[in-house]
Structures are given as C-alpha cells and as structure tokens.
Design a binder for this molecule. Structure first.
Ligand code: 6PG
Length: 249
C-alpha cells in the first residue's frame, strides 16, 4: 500500500534546515537502535547545502552518532570529485570534512570514470555489498534524500529518458538536458524500496512543480519523474519552505 505523502512546511529556509536536521537525527537514532547503523543517500544540486552546513554546526555535530552512519549518493554528475558541479565535492566541503567523516563511511559514485556505465555497475555492486542484498532483490536504504528540478526530474531521472524506465539495474546512467549531460543515478526501483524518501525543496522557483507532483491534475503531472517516487512500504515525506509550498491547496 503506497503511503500518502506527509507534507511539512517551514516558515523560512533557516527553520526548514532545523526541522530537517531534527527529523534526520530522530530517524538515525531509530535506525541505529533497530539495526546498528543508518544508511542515508544524499541528494545533489544546491538545496542540500544549507542542510549540510546546519548539520556541521556545533549545535548539531555533537548530537549524531556519525560513526554509525554510512553515506551514499542518489546521483552524481560525470565530472571529477573536485569539479564545482560534483555532488560529492559539495558534500565533502560542507559535511564530510567539517565532521571529519571517515572515508570508509562514504560511498562515492565515480563520476570521473571514462565509462559512466562502468561507474554505475561499480556503484550497484557496492550498494548491494553494503546492504547485503544480492541481485535481483532491491536494496533498502534507510533514508533517501531527493530534490526536484523545474522539469520534475529527481535524482538524475529526467523526463523521457531510458534511465527513468530502467527496471533491472538499481544504478544506471542518466542524461540531463541541461548542465552536466551525463550522470550516474539510482533508479526508481531502489528509490521506491527505501524505508523513507524525503524530498527537500525550497524556493519559489519550485512551487509550481511541487504542486504538480503533490497535487497532480493531469496525466502529465502524474508521469513526472518525481511523481513516480512512491515507496512501496516506506514513508514519503516532503519538507518545504513556505515559498516552495506556496501553490499547494
Ligand atoms: C542533481 C540532483 C537533482 C537536484 C535537482 C534540484 O544532481 O542535480 O540530484 O535531482 O536535486 O536538480 O537541484 P537544486 O537543489 O540545485 O535546485
């Protein structure tokens, strides 16, 4: 049974970041209590930066059991890790380095590989090893953070692409119409196996897409990549600031 989305709207971005940190902290404590660790897949783009910076503040850094948390990525641009467009590069600068996260707790998609397909296959193998989940089963990640693009893409699953329809692999090669063209991305199957999917969206620029995905009115709305994220047995949560949620009825 698909969960109905739980929508939470914060007054502003500062409050949003505190609310998200509070929620992720509670989830991490629950996961660590129940199975000794917390597996989180980070989203990319610019939105998570404020959250990562908040998690690295003195107020938050001392509260998490970082040694029990393993960091995955939902997607990565096919650029080297020190490229300004690298999702890993942003997370390293704002989260991993300030918190001194050990490299063996970070699973990076190798955007710099000559062959994106080889990078996708390597990441799938790693993900299956970390989750102790052999093919053809779908691995379960405790928390998947996702963003949404103004075209309704999420992770690097863009409208009308083969990556969006990929059923057999849990990691594949995505293609973006703008920005870095080639990406590595988790596929819908593993996103929908997550225990919790948390969409993090801020800013007025996303308000229309947020309304179209959360309150769809047409088949086009319902077929948007972000609208196809519907965890089979997990929770679906949206944490928005007021600007991003402004068009919700
Ligand atoms: C990426 C992301 C992508 C992102 C959205 C929103 O690698 O770009 O994974 O899905 O979440 O494009 O990006 P912004 O947060 O920059 O608006």
């Amino acid at each position: 049974m698909r969960a109905t989305p739980d929508i939470r709207i914060a007054r502003n971005v500062q409050q949003w970041a505190q609310d998200v940190a509070t929620y992720i902290h509670a989830l991490s404590e629950q996961a660590i209590r129940s199975h000794g660790r917390f597996l989180i897949a980070l989203s990319g783009g610019s939105t998570p930066k404020t959250l990562f910076q908040t998690l690295a503040t003195p107020e938050w850094k001392g509260r998490f059991k970082w040694d029990k948390i393993l960091f995955l990525f939902g997607d990565e641009r096919c650029v080297p890790p020190d490229h300004p467009d690298s999702n890993f590069g942003m997370a390293r600068a704002t989260l991993f380095q300030p918190l001194k996260i050990h490299s063996d707790h970070i699973f990076r998609m190798k955007g710099e590989y000559e062959s994106p397909r080889a990078a996708a296959q390597e990441y799938e193998d790693q993900l299956r090893t970390v989750t102790r989940c052999p093919a053809p089963n779908l691995p379960t990640i405790d928390l998947v953070l996702l963003g949404i693009g103004e075209d309704g893409h999420t992770a690097s699953l863009f409208p009308g692409t083969t990556a969006l329809e990929e059923q057999s692999s849990v990691v594949t090669v995505g293609h973006a119409p703008t920005g870095v063209p080639t990406r590595i991305t988790l596929t819908l199957g593993v996103l929908n196996r997550a225990a919790v999917v948390l969409f993090l969206v801020t800013g007025a620029g996303k308000a229309t897409m947020v309304r179209r995905v959360i309150q769809p009115e047409t088949d086009a709305d319902r077929s948007l990549p972000a609208a196809r994220v519907a965890p089979e047995s997990g929770q679906l949560i949206w944490m928005l600031d007021q600007a991003a949620g402004a068009q919700l009825k």
